[in-house]
Design a protein around this ligand. Structure first.
Ligand code: F55
Length: 820
């Protein structure tokens, strides 16, 4: 029965739904109700974890108003497609974004809980590897905060990024079964599910008009079931949604009855396991491609379910297909969802009966593509044989897209066969492979890089032929950003409070440029003291975490020098640890008087290596073999929120031209840390904003890398003597058996030192910390000039369809659920 049919029913619903107070007692009522009915517990039997669950449930009681609002407005939606969302914890963030911090902490306190303890019970949602996945999470926060009619789409992996343990100095991976105690932030939508096909055959036929038609059938089918995760904006009523797909067997074949009846129980559940395997685990590689068929299955499963959902929503408005690009914009987060391009072609041509050209016009108006890397080993290429087997119709469509594209190239550059080979979606040797980045470029209206240097590099290297063909305007820069709500307000509450006090309000949290208002206090000694005092307290908070996790006591008076990020050769943690050894050897040679003059320094590392990345794992072992440094195991979003606000200085030292942007660099500076960095990624733009004099910049420039590599490779330059001294110490066994590190050291010698560690070693080691006043001043001015690096700015620049600003009504106390 439709609720609006009956006035009495209508009135009762209105009355009951209106009960959305945000006062302490309403929160408590909702909390207790969830303890009793959702958790079925009594107050004699409720621990902090149950307190966390009840608090989360009280926050997501009803939240459909944002979606109803967008439906009513009939707006164009933006869809952010990402195989990764590295969200971290939600409770603290939700309470802050909804402006309920005071209410919740008081409500819980009166009930005998502390909000901090309850927040601490939550496990990270770690459905991502690193920067790319975290960027997706920051973008969702900004999209919600800026009232975009946006949806995130992703996969609900049963196992997120592995947990890292350190045993005897080595990384050991432990599965991250994050759903083991349930997830109060997701709403299972059994009513939203689609079937997805793999393998099978393509039949060619003729339609009524005699035109060739193709149909894909057979093979195996699985079901995609939706799970919705609410994303509340900061200081707005808007709550958007990330829809994560989980794979299940088709309802009709949950269970192979025939095998069961024959007594083969094992076989009867095989189908189910095969289906569930698809979304079982996140591939743990960052910046390298795995190449496994299951990963390709994940990608197609993802885009198939997502497009079916987008199209179902579009069809509700009964518009013509030509209107699709006016209603739908799809942003591809890297090449991982690129199969969405041939899949939309298949739907339009094979299922909807549109002409090829009309379909292609729609597709290229809908998609845009973000590139995150130029590293060759990270470029996705799939064997033609694998795609032909798994997705036979898509392979035909990709060939057709390629043919029509290359015909246009041929028309513009007649007879230039080398160019055709270079630009083809199909790489011919050593065996046929599909170059996903080319497919993404050809099927999108816009391509963007993630920092100025990177966006220029993709134009002059991997996509240079495409710039010549399409013109430069298709290739744009959208420098990455970070959300200041999580990375300052939530992670560093003391600094946030100090800033708000000085600026007279929290306006800076949505207009980060306002931080510039701090500059006039940069020389004020009292403010400097308050600023450095917050840093000190954050250093003590980190010292406690390190005491608890590493059983190491560190001195908060020392300079904290931090490098936390995925372990990768191009990020050069190896160079950093070699420079630590160098300083250690120096100390050993110094007189007591000289030692007194040096600044005590605690060097802190954190980061995961891809499980199959042999050299990266060896770097971890080396770090752990050098005493006097700390390796924090299992670097993740939640400990990043403690580590970043506590750093005095942090390392962003990739070989120039390799780190597309980096985003932790932004987080550190925003929290008053200074940075040591190469002229790479967003470091360059940070230097532009805050001034080169406030950063410790060193190393080879991107345009010098080719020459430096050449000279290195042909031994025209000899190894840096300090570095040689360090390697001698390693070889002498001063940090354990040299055999443990021999292949790693070989990368510098017989390996040709591809990442130019020797070249950059001389200048990478020292940073002054003596003049405390100067340091405080630089720290304040740097943070104050970080306005550009808010993800709100990135989102605005992305030029996505936005909607009316009237939506910024004050938020109801509870989130509305998206019925859609
Ligand atoms: C994950 C899977 C594959 Cl197959 C390839 C790459 C990745 C991945 O995690 N990439 C990644 O994190 N890239 C980073 O993206 C950040 C956001 O744009 C950049 O800041 C960073 O420079 C880049 O390395």
């Amino acid at each position: 029965k439709s609720w609006s049919d009956d006035a009495a029913v209508n009135a009762l619903w209105t009355k009951l739904c209106a009960n959305k107070g945000s006062d302490v007692s309403t929160v408590q009522q909702s909390f207790v109700q969830h303890v009793q009915s959702t958790l079925a517990r009594t107050y004699f039997n409720i621990d902090n974890f149950a307190g966390y669950q009840a608090a989360a449930h009280s926050l997501i009681t009803h939240w459909d108003e944002t979606q109803q609002h967008h439906t009513k407005l009939d707006v164009k939606r933006v869809y952010y497609l990402s195989l990764e969302f590295l969200m971290g914890r939600s409770l603290g963030n939700a309470v802050l974004n909804m402006g309920l911090q005071g209410t919740f902490s008081e409500a819980l306190k009166q009930l005998g809980f502390s909000l901090e303890d309850v927040i601490d019970e939550e496990r990270d949602a770690a459905l991502g590897n690193g920067g790319l996945g975290r960027l997706a999470a920051c973008f969702m926060d900004s999209l919600a905060t800026l009232d975009y009619p946006a949806w995130g789409y992703g996969l609900r992996y049963t196992y997120g990024i592995f947990q890292q343990k350190i045993l005897n100095g080595y990384q050991v991976e432990v599965p991250d079964y994050w759903l083991s105690f349930g997830n109060p932030w997701e709403v299972e939508r059994l009513d939203v599910s689609y079937s997805v096909r793999f393998y099978g055959q393509v039949a060619k036929g003729k339609d009524a008009s005699g035109k060739s038609s193709y149909s894909w059938h057979g093979g195996e089918e699985v079901e995609a079931v939706a799970y919705d995760v609410p994303i509340p904006g900061f200081g707005t009523k808007s709550t958007i949604n990330i829809r994560l797909w989980s794979s299940k067997p088709l309802r009709s074949c949950y269970f192979d009855l025939h095998s069961f009846n024959e007594g083969n129980y094992q076989k009867s559940v095989e189908l189910q396991q095969r289906a569930e395997q698809i979304t079982s685990v996140l591939y743990p590689n960052d910046n390298t491609m795995a190449g496994k068929e299951l990963r390709l299955k994940q990608q197609y499963f993802f885009v198939s379910a997502t497009l079916q959902d987008i199209i179902r929503r579009f069809k509700k408005s009964k518009r013509a297909w030509s209107e699709f690009p006016n209603q739908v914009a799809i942003q591809l987060n890297d090449t991982h969802p690129t199969l969405g391009i041939p899949e939309l072609m298949r739907i339009l041509v094979d299922l909807e009966g549109l002409e090829w050209d009309e379909s292609w016009d729609i597709v290229t108006k809908v998609y845009s593509f973000t590139n995150h890397t130029v590293l060759p080993e990270a470029m996705e290429k799939w064997p033609v044989s694998m795609i032909s087997n798994l997705l036979p119709r898509h392979m035909q469509i990709i060939y057709d897209i390629n043919l029509f594209f290359l015909q246009k190239v041929e028309a513009l550059f007649p007879g230039d066969r080398a160019r055709l080979a270079r630009m083809s979606i199909i790489e011919e040797s050593p065996y046929q492979q599909v170059r996903m980045a080319f497919l993404a470029v050809i099927g999108s209206h816009t391509v963007n890089g993630v920092a100025a240097i990177h966006s220029n590099l993709i134009k002059s290297t991997i996509f240079s032929d495409f710039v010549e063909f399409y013109g430069a305007s298709k290739f744009q820069n959208k420098t990455n950003g970070i959300t200041p709500r999580r990375w300052l307000h939530q992670a560093n509450p003391k600094l946030s409070a100090l800033i708000s006090e000085k600026l007279g309000g929290q306006g800076w949290l949505t207009q980060l440029d306002k931080l510039e208002g701090l500059i006039k206090f940069a020389d004020d000694e009292n403010f400097q003291k308050a600023w450095m005092d917050v840093k000190k307290q954050n250093k003590i908070r980190l010292a406690e975490l390190i005491r608890d996790t590493c059983k190491v006591i560190i001195n908060p008076e020392a300079m904290y020098d931090v490098q936390v990020k995925r372990i990768h050769e191009y990020k050069r943690q190896f160079m950093n640890i070699l420079s630590v050894v160098h300083r250690y050897l120096d100390l050993k040679r110094m007189s007591p008087a000289e030692i007194k003059e040096t600044v005590p320094r605690v060097v802190i590392f954190g980061g995961k290596a891809a499980p199959g990345y042999y050299i990266a794992k060896m770097v971890i072992k080396l770090i752990n073999s050098v005493a006097e440094v700390v390796f924090i195991p299992d670097y993740n979003i939640s400990n990043a929120e403690v580590i970043i606000p506590a750093s005095d200085i942090s390392e962003h030292i990739s070989t120039a031209g390799t780190e597309a942007s980096g985003t932790s660099n932004m987080k550190f500076v925003l929290n008053g840390g200074l940075i040591i960095g190469t002229m790479d990624g967003a470091n360059i733009e940070i230097a532009e904003e805050i001034g080169q004099d406030k950063m410790f910049i060193f190393g080879c420039l991107a345009e010098q890398v080719d020459d430096a590599r050449h000279n290195q490779k042909y031994r025209k330059t000899s190894m840096n003597p300090d570095l040689e001294g360090v390697l001698d110490a390693l070889k002498a066994g001063r940090f354990g058996d040299f055999e443990n590190f021999a292949p790693l050291v070989d990368t510098l010698t017989i390996g040709g030192d591809y990442y130019l560690i020797s070249h950059d070693f001389a200048s990478c080691t020292y940073a002054a910390y003596r003049d405390k006043k100067q340091w405080a001043r630089n720290s304040i001015i740097s943070a104050a000039k970080m306005g550009k690096f808010s993800s709100d700015r990135s989102i605005r620049e992305l030029d996505l369809p936005s909607h009316d600003p009237d939506a910024r009504q004050s938020r109801p106390a509870v989130w509305p659920l998206p019925v859609d």
